[in-house]
Ligand binder design. Sequence first.
Ligand code: PLP
Length: 445
Amino acid sequence: MMDPARYALWNSPSMRSYLENLSPDKLLVEGKGTRVRDAGGRWYLDARSGLWNVSLGYDHPRLTAAIERQLRTLPYTNLQAYGRPAAVALEAAERIVAHMPDGYGKIRFASNGAQAVETAVLLSRYLRRVEGAPERTAVFGLWRQFHGFGATAGALTGLPYLHHQSGALIPDVMHARGPFAPVAADQIEDLPRMITDYGPERVTAVVLEPVVGEGGHVLGADYLRELGDFCRRHDIHIIMDEVTTSMGRVGAFTRTEQVGAAPDIITLGKCLTGGYAALSALVLSDRIYARLEEASQTRPFFTGSTNDGHPLALAAAIAVVDELADGETLAGVRARGARLRELLDELARSRPEITAVRGTGLMHAVEFAQPEGAPWESFRVNALRLAAEARGVLLSNLAMVPAIMVIPPLIVDDGELEEIVTAIDGGLDDLASGRVVADPAKGIW
Ligand SMILES: Cc1ncc(COP(=O)(O)O)c(C=O)c1O
């Protein structure tokens, strides 16, 4: 069998250990339902849904058939130029928009989540220039929130390691304390106060992740409402980054709708195609779209990439929406989410190393600390992930937050939820007994 290290499938902060540990039998070769099989013949329950996107499992007949049909009919058209988009683009747009909150009727497809968030920010700044307020360039995000890699998305992401690893990213991006950060409430880092201090007339947008992927913090409806009122008073655009939370993950098409928030732009990604093809989208409120249409009469807004709105991905998105449309899967996510929470809370009561369980729907974090209170190091959480993997369950761990994310496919059943929690419990036993050793040299992924 081929040696993966030979081709340096590099993609890790700990590249050498990643390659050393990547034996050929670990390569994944097949998927069925919620499970994947490796070349060594072992099946795993995928409690991380690929990369949080394989929402309907690995062999969904409706998804596969939709992509096959599109492949045979028209495998490519471009959305970017020349005014001849594919009919499937309009069909996908209609289907998706029908499940967005009222007043969000316009959609633009892109290729990945980072690009969608980035386009939303650049669109916001573009509007200011055309509307005669070029000094409004500042963008505020929250520490710990993730919006993707790259010069713009990385700058928006509130994880410091991204801000200095390769030098300067886009300017005029700042981060404030979220309602979840362990900082005294009277400190200035609170978002509205920081913007007030900075000068709201110089701020173009705020970017928010309604449920924080890095640690499962849920932004409350009250927080979002108050922030929404504040931003509207100052004409600051709100970009709700729903790349992870949309298309079923929290038991609804959008978290925006679930909490009654009113952003200007919603970004979609990940579960939009169930992971079967690359697609993301920006959904614009009718309000902001009207401004964009007006502005583009004066000066065009150039954006896009060759594979934006790829027909195969759009066919997959239609199948995903159709699958979710009867509400059964979404109701299942709410019920399974509640059960997952019960099981994790129960586990936390029996394991002192678990210091918090957070999340909503099928998106939960389990956080760990040492007996004396110090948070677990990233390599220790990684060792737990690997211990659970050895027990047949794939989980996510994070670069900065000492937590495991449990984020299984939306079609997971109660028995599988128990399997996941049992694997975490067993993995903790493995670490405690020394059967699995947390080795810093093994890195974090
Ligand atoms: C909230 C959020 N926004 C944006 C992104 C970036 O998406 P992509 O990896 O498709 O670029 C992610 C990816 O994890 C995400 O969780």
